[in-house]
Design a protein around this ligand. Structure first.
Ligand SMILES: Cc1cc2nc3c(=O)[nH]c(=O)nc-3n(C[C@H](O)[C@H](O)[C@H](O)COP(=O)(O)O)c2cc1C
Length: 222
């Protein structure tokens, strides 16, 4: 891959002898809007993206996320409408809604696994589970829990799509209540991020500038 193809310039990589692929993916990922509308995402790739998304870190490994993929043309048309007419959703051919849990519903299974792996004894597992379930009982904490964890899964999905040569765009420009109803989300689930993903249609406009590290890095206190 040439420097030009990566979208990197010399100044970006000046101190790197060789950029690890993961860093390259982080640096070259874009929220693309140019999809190849004539090519479909195959099932195997969709599943691979979800598998990669599910490798994201999560609080106590609770993995409080679900993914709703819409690929049917008529249903995708509804999603476009609920996303305020964002046409690239149609062109991508696949829309994935990343959904967060607001309650620690996987706690029984996951804390058993901590115990089985010898990472917690029975007492610690029971105690931590009880504290975790209680903490997320609070409405605000429960919602934050879903959004924080599922957002990391969404980012994994974006990077995985990019690394596989696909284009993907995260979106919150959608009618949350309308989309939740259309996709039949249970009341205790929060729609976190809608991702349009599909084969790339080619070039994207240049990336807009990022704020400097000097501006955003606060040392010791804000
Ligand atoms: C929380 C969030 C919401 C976004 N919503 C939309 C959206 O509704 N539609 C869209 O086209 N892009 C959306 N984006 C993409 C941003 O416009 C994009 O990430 C930003 O311009 C930086 O560009 P880059 O991702 O190519 O680096 C969203 C991104 C994030 C993180």
């Amino acid at each position: 891959m040439t420097l030009q193809q990566t979208g990197l310039d010399e100044s970006t990589i000046a101190h790197d002898e060789e950029i690890p692929e993961a860093i390259r993916a982080i640096r070259t990922r874009r929220s693309g809007h140019n999809f190849d509308a004539d090519t479909e995402l195959d099932d195997e790739t969709l599943e691979a993206l979800i598998r990669d998304a599910a490798l994201a870190p999560s609080s106590y490994n609770l993995q409080p996320w679900e993914f709703v993929a819409v690929q049917d043309d008529d249903r995708l048309e509804e999603v476009v409408e609920l996303a305020y007419g964002q046409e690239h959703v149609r062109e991508a051919g696949t829309a994935v809604l990343v959904v967060g849990h607001t309650e620690a519903e996987t706690a029984d299974r996951v804390f058993d696994q901590w115990e089985e792996a010898g990472r917690m004894d029975e007492e610690a597992a029971e105690q931590t589970k009880a504290q975790t379930v209680e903490m997320y009982d609070d409405d605000r904490m429960g919602r934050d829990y879903g959004v924080r964890n599922a957002s990391l899964a969404a980012q994994n999905l974006l990077l995985s799509a990019h690394a596989r040569g696909l284009t993907a765009t995260p979106m919150i420009g959608f009618d949350a209540a309308g989309l939740s109803e259309f996709l039949e989300l249970p009341d205790d689930k929060v729609p976190v991020m809608l991702i349009a993903v599909g084969p790339s249609g080619g070039e994207e406009p240049d990336r807009l500038p990022r704020r400097d590290v000097d501006e955003i890095l606060h040392r010791e206190s804000y």
